[in-house]
Write a protein that binds this ligand. Sequence first.
Ligand code: CP
Length: 311
Amino acid sequence: MRHILRADQFDHDELARLFGRAIFFMEQDQHIKTRRNTLKLHQGRIMVSMFYEPSTRTRFSFEIAAAKLGMAVIGTENAAEFSSAAKGETIEDTVRVLNEYGVDAICMRTKEDGHAARAAAVSNVAIINGGDGKAEHPTQAVLDAYTIYQKFGRLDTLQVVMGGDLAHGRTVRSLAKLLSTYKNNHIIFISTPELQMSADVLKYLDKNGTTYEQTDDIEKAFTGADVVYWTRLQLERHSDAKLAHGTQAFTIDKSTLRYLPKKAIIMHPLPRVNEIAAEVDKDPRAVYFKQAGNGLYVRMAMLDAILKELP
Ligand code: CP
């Protein structure tokens, strides 16, 4: 595993190894003595953090993961403004130069679809896609899968409801693709017609034999769900306020919860805006903050896997 670019690049054995390693790092993190042991693992390694778009979870969890593994982290507060991208430098040239500086991993979030793959094409250093445009968010999909596995002990034979702005959200695209590599999952996409899941993802599910439905009926979608994966309106990717019309119907609140089975979990990649009411946070099925926390240990596991392969 040199680069992390797509959610479906991980085979099931590799995911199982990452999950096992994430548990190990979570346990190591509980005591200062074992934390200090973990710090010794990758001393002398450097991760560059290049975020051309805002981020709380992906950036901080990767930077903290690197720090806990003993790596040095070098970054810029806002790569779009404070790197030479602001003067017109291409992503390829930026990555070529970082390669010259002897770094070990470059974690990036870009505004454009496919930028992480373009960076990887010219890089001998591991490129980690922390989200590229509305295309993919592979490390989010792995931590989402880990969170689902934590609850159900499997990633197959699940009924998964994905809701919100499916047309512009990269997390739902990556998770749908990853889950479609497992058997017998059924995905229910719930949104307005304008914000439904893109045709390319539906085609991908068809190719893998994963069944799905598209609906705007929240009651029907929630009944029988194992996982509800909710997302916000991605207003940074479209400014058409008309598209927002109708999404208010897709707010999860106390009244919506009555449709949801007791065994289900409610996930959200966060940030949450108003599509999940704060009153839902106390419901035992709401796992979105735990999900975000899992991101730290899953990302430690991913960095560790990349670095272990280096000479
Ligand atoms: N889930 C996620 O990608 O959050 P951030 O945008 O805060 O990184």
